[in-house]
Every structure is written in structure tokens, then in C-alpha cells.
Ligand binder design. Structure first.
Ligand code: HEC
Length: 336
């Protein structure tokens, strides 16, 4: 939309510039009628330009290397995965404990919002940047832990090929390399969404609101051809209430993995504030990774059940207190 507006404005200002200069010429005694006619013709011709061109980033640009899916199936990057498709591609490694589970969980939320369009007109791919460890079997197990369905493909392959793909997508930053081996943990912006045929690509933060990401994928990259049937009118919007600080934090940091009253990627949090000791809960929210390292019995038991480690989100004391009071409040609200 922005692009079209800007283009429109550009043509208007071009027309004015040309008109003004033709008027100036007229003052110099040139045959100004002809001049004006030529100017208008030029403006009309230029104004006809804006059409959506075919992407410049086609098969000559993207590699067509072979990748392997979580089921061991061989696929070609350009021909099978991105050609003429709207896609979301992120790069992960399954042994990553903090940013990747957060990203995967957030993408999972986006895929839930998009529903059955995923795998039909919007394609989700997660590519491992640690292919020696992430074999198809490891990727398959990872998908299962996150309860991700068949419509989202996890891929591994040759390390050099994957680096090449990241470079072409603009997601490989040379300066993040530490010595010979790339520092896996420092890969930060890993999600790119785009439409190969129109050549629109954008890097996106996986921590973005999932509804915003879903709308970029579902509407914007499809040129608004397929506006969701479930779209609500603003007239039906509920009146906004003030969010408590803990609720806001919970929505941005926790809700992609936790719900109240049902299991998600992580355990159901209904009544967790009643069932767990307050000091334990406080420490758990602050440093779940340390508690697991120290083999805290409850932490170990939970990890064995869920197999995904809850990330350390570097919350402050105040954040932790706010979140705990929100969890207690939400339990009360739902238990009524
Ligand atoms: C990437 C997913 C993920 C995110 C994000 C996440 N958690 Fe967890 N959480 C888990 C998993 C998985 C467990 C189970 C323990 C384990 O495997 O480490 C867990 C366990 C818990 C528990 C213990 C439940 C029990 O029965 O005692 C609490 C409480 C909790 N999380 C709260 C939070 C809060 C609050 C946030 C946000 C600040 C959060 N979690 C963010 C995945 C996540």
C-alpha cells in the first residue's frame, strides 16, 4: 500500500515539475502549446508504468540445492520449496535452548492462526544450521515435541549448501563468525517471509505479534487476494481494557508455549500458583536453565515429560512478581 501511495505521489510531483518547467519555457517564447502537449504525453506514458513485475530473484539467483526433509525425502530448494510460493523460512538448531524454542513456539502460533492455509498457499520451512547433529530423525523428534503437524517441513542438508541459502536470503552475517566455526548461539534474525514470484521478501522478528505475522503472510504477501473469511469487523471489536503488567509480559513471553486450562507446548498453568511453592516458582521463572543443570527434582521431572527446556527469559524480580500475580489472577478468573 505504502509503495503505491509513494509512487502516486511521485508521479504527481513529476507532473507538476514538468508543467512548471514547460511554463518557464513558454515564457522564453517557445511554441508553448506543443510543449505542453508533449509534457502531458510524457506524464501519461510514465503514469502507465506501475505494474507488478516478475521477481528478479528467480532461479538464476536462488540455489536449487538438495535438502532432506524430516522424513528423509529429497527436495530441491528452488523448484520444490519456494518457486511461485508464499513462504516463511526460519533457521534453527535443535540443541539451542533459548531463542529457537521461543521462535518455534511463536511460529507455531502463527501457523495455528493461518489454519489450513499452511501447506496449501502458505509454506512453512525450518532449516537446520547444524546439519551434522540435526539428522532427519532428530528433526522429526523435534517437530513431535512441539506438536507440529505435516503441513510444516523441517529440513537438513549439506552444511555449505545451507550457508549458501542463508546468504542468498540475507540471513547470514559474516561478522558473527567466531574463528573457524560459526557461533551457533549468535544467529539472531532468522525468519524471513516472502513471495518468490513477486520478489517481496522481508526479514521478520519471530517475537512479533503472531497476528501481525499471520496477516503479513496471509494477506499482504498474497496482494490481498485472499482476505481471510474469518475477518472481523472493527464494529465487533471488544472495548479494550487496561492490561495488568504481568498480563502483557505473559502474552509476549509465555503465551506461545502456555495456556490456562489446557496443555500446549508446555504444561497447563491453571492453578500452578496454588500447586507450587512460591519460592520454587519464583526461581523457576528466573532461571529454569540453572535449576535443570542443578538437577532440581521437579525441574528434571517436568523436563522428562515435555523434552523441551523452558528458556531463560532474563526476567527481572519485578517481572517475575508481576507474572506470578497474573497467573494467580487468571486461575481465579477461570475457576469461578
Ligand atoms: C518455548 C516454550 C516456553 C516458553 C516461551 C515458556 N515456557 Fe514455561 N515451560 C515450558 C516447558 C516445556 C515446561 C516444562 C518444563 C521443561 O520441560 O523445562 C515449562 C514449565 C513451566 C512452569 C512449571 C509448570 C509446573 O507444572 O510446575 C511454569 C510455572 C512456567 N513454565 C511458566 C512460564 C512463564 C510464566 C513463561 C513466560 C515468562 C514461560 N513459562 C515461558 C515451555 C515454555
Amino acid at each position: 500500500m505504502k509503495l503505491i501511495n509513494l509512487t502516486g505521489r511521485f508521479y504527481v510531483s513529476l507532473a507538476i515539475t514538468l508543467l512548471v518547467s514547460s511554463m518557464a519555457l513558454a515564457h522564453e517564447g517557445k511554441t508553448h502549446k506543443k510543449q505542453l502537449a508533449d509534457t502531458l504525453k510524457a506524464v501519461n506514458n510514465t503514469a502507465a508504468v506501475p505494474t507488478i513485475k516478475k521477481s528478479v530473484w528467480g532461479e538464476d539467483y536462488f540455489p536449487n540445492s538438495t535438502l532432506i526433509t524430516q522424513d528423509g525425502e529429497k527436495v530441491k530448494f528452488f523448484d520444490d520449496l519456494i518457486k511461485d510460493k508464499v513462504v516463511a523460512i526460519n533457521f534453527i538448531f535443535t540443541s539451542c535452548v533459548d531463542s529457537c524454542p521461543l521462535e518455534t513456539a511463536r511460529m507455531r502460533e502463527v501457523s495455528k492462526i493461518l489454519g489450513d492455509r499452511v501447506g496449501k498457499d502458505i509454506y512453512f520451512y525450518s532449516v537446520s544450521i547444524d546439519p551434522e547433529v540435526d539428522t532427519p530423525e532428530v528433526l522429526k523428534a523435534y517437530k513431535e515435541k512441539f506438536k507440529i503437524g505435516d503441513n510444516w517441513t523441517f529440513l537438513t542438508g549439506d552444511k555449505a549448501d545451507i550457508i549458501d541459502i542463508r546468504k542468498k536470503l540475507g540471513l547470514y552475517l559474516e561478522y558473527l563468525k567466531t574463528g573457524e566455526e560459526e557461533d551457533l548461539a549468535s544467529h539472531n534474525l532468522n525468519l524471513i517471509i516472502g513471495n518468490q514470484s513477486t520478489g517481496r521478501w522481508m526479514k521478520s522478528s519471530p517475537f512479533e505479534n503472531p497476528y501481525v505475522l499471520a496477516s503479513q503472510l496471509g494477506d499482504w504477501l498474497h496482494n490481498w487476494k485472499t482476505v481471510a473469511k474469518t475477518r472481523n469487523s472493527y464494529a465487533n471489536a471488544p472495548t479494550l481494557r487496561q492490561l495488568a503488567p504481568g498480563e502483557k509480559l505473559f502474552r509476549t513471553r509465555c503465551s506461545s508455549c502456555h495456556k490456562f486450562g489446557e496443555e500446549s507446548v508446555g504444561p497447563d498453568l491453571l492453578a500452578v500458583t496454588d500447586n507450587r511453592d512460591h519460592a520454587w516458582l519464583k526461581r523457576w521463572l528466573k532461571e529454569p536453565d540453572k535449576m535443570l543443570q542443578e538437577k532440581d527434582p521437579l525441574a528434571v521431572e517436568l523436563f522428562n515429560q515435555y523434552k523441551i527446556s523452558m528458556p531463560n527469559m532474563r526476567l527481572t524480580e519485578q517481572d517475575v512478581e508481576d507474572i506470578i500475580s497474573y497467573m494467580a489472577l487468571e486461575t481465579k478468573r477461570l475457576d469461578l
